[in-house]
Design a protein around this ligand. Structure first.
Ligand code: ADP
Ligand code: MP5
Length: 275
């Protein structure tokens, strides 16, 4: 049996709903062996972020070397990268080992507003990481910052996707969770030529902690298994839709999405005892 392997390069969320923890749970659910290189430790729960402790850039580089010297990921995703120094180490590592199928989730702030990327690091992200990306998955506020424009509707999402593709990302998905459309969420996929709209009903829930991490991890897992980008984007959307629909009301703030939901439904099981 071929073992498909995916690597996440991201921060730790002690609460388990976002970051490395969300990524590894998602890889596991989708049948992919997960590996991780930590960029930062966050002290976090459903109420917010209580502390951010970045790792030394050399510690990030060393983790990538340990993986690269011995293991070959079939896909890689990046999440919280925190600083331009860490971004440089990450892009150096990805280039050194020739890793393909890179999904860049340009994480900038946590849902409560705590910064997870230093402002001056946005340039480094665009300069060093986007040219290596197969797919970049900004939410609307991230797309506004990277593309340098305000987004007020679908046409603006398309323009931002075009600009981000020009920076070197082969595909771009501008995710619609922060959009103003009542009742619906539209993600805009751009392949450098054409746009595809991935729509779903807007789920009314406070339990959306980790949606972006989970979505990009599902995308990377599917790419690791050899799916095309179009197929991977569809499955990632189905995975996150189920995870939000069955969101977990644990903790007293914004609960995490339900990483079990997609596979439980495929197996014909109910939502289980988690909620
Ligand atoms: N309320 C919601 N209902 C349905 N889908 C959602 C909702 N919020 C986010 N999504 C989906 O979750 C994924 C992550 O979107 P988004 O919330 O925009 O990103 P982020 O978590 O990075 O802010 C996207 O595929 C988006 O369509
Ligand atoms: C360590 C870490 N990485 C990323 C996020 C963003 O989470 P979301 O997916 O909700 O945007 C987070 N809250 N913490």
């Amino acid at each position: 049996m071929k073992v498909y392997k995916a690597l996440t390069i991201a921060g730790s969320d002690s609460g388990g709903g976002a970051g490395i923890q969300a990524d590894l749970k998602t890889f596991q659910e989708l049948g992919v062996y997960g590996m991780s290189a930590l960029t930062a430790v966050t002290a976090q729960n459903t109420l917010g972020v209580q502390g951010v402790y970045p790792l030394e850039p050399a510690a990030v580089a060393r983790q990538l070397d340990s993986i690269g010297e011995d293991l070959t990921p079939d896909a890689v995703k990046t999440g919280m990268l925190f600083s331009s120094e860490i971004i440089r180490k990450v892009s150096d590592g990805i280039r050194r080992y020739g890793w393909k199928n890179l999904v860049v989730d340009p994480v900038m702030v946590a849902k409560g507003g705590s910064p997870l990327l230093q402002q001056e690091a946005v340039r480094a992200l665009a300069q060093y990481l986007l040219p290596l990306a197969l797919v970049t998955t900004p939410n609307i506020p991230e797309a506004e910052i990277i593309a340098g424009m305000t987004i007020a509707g679908i046409d603006d999402c398309k323009e931002a996707a075009r600009r981000i593709a020009e920076m070197g990302s082969r595909y771009v998905v501008v995710k619609g969770g922060h959009g103003a459309e009542p009742g619906a969420v539209t993600d805009v996929l751009y392949d450098g030529t054409e746009f595809t709209y991935i729509e779903s009903p807007r789920i009314d829930t406070p339990h959306t902690h980790g949606t972006g991490c989970t979505y990009s991890a599902a995308l990377a897992a599917e790419l690791a298994k050899g799916r095309t980008t179009d197929e991977a984007v569809k499955t990632a959307k189905a995975f996150i839709r189920a995870a939000i629909e069955d969101g977990l009301g644990i903790g007293s703030g914004h609960g995490p999405t339900n990483h079990f939901a997609y596979m439980r439904r495929l197996r014909g099981e109910g939502v289980g005892d988690n909620d």
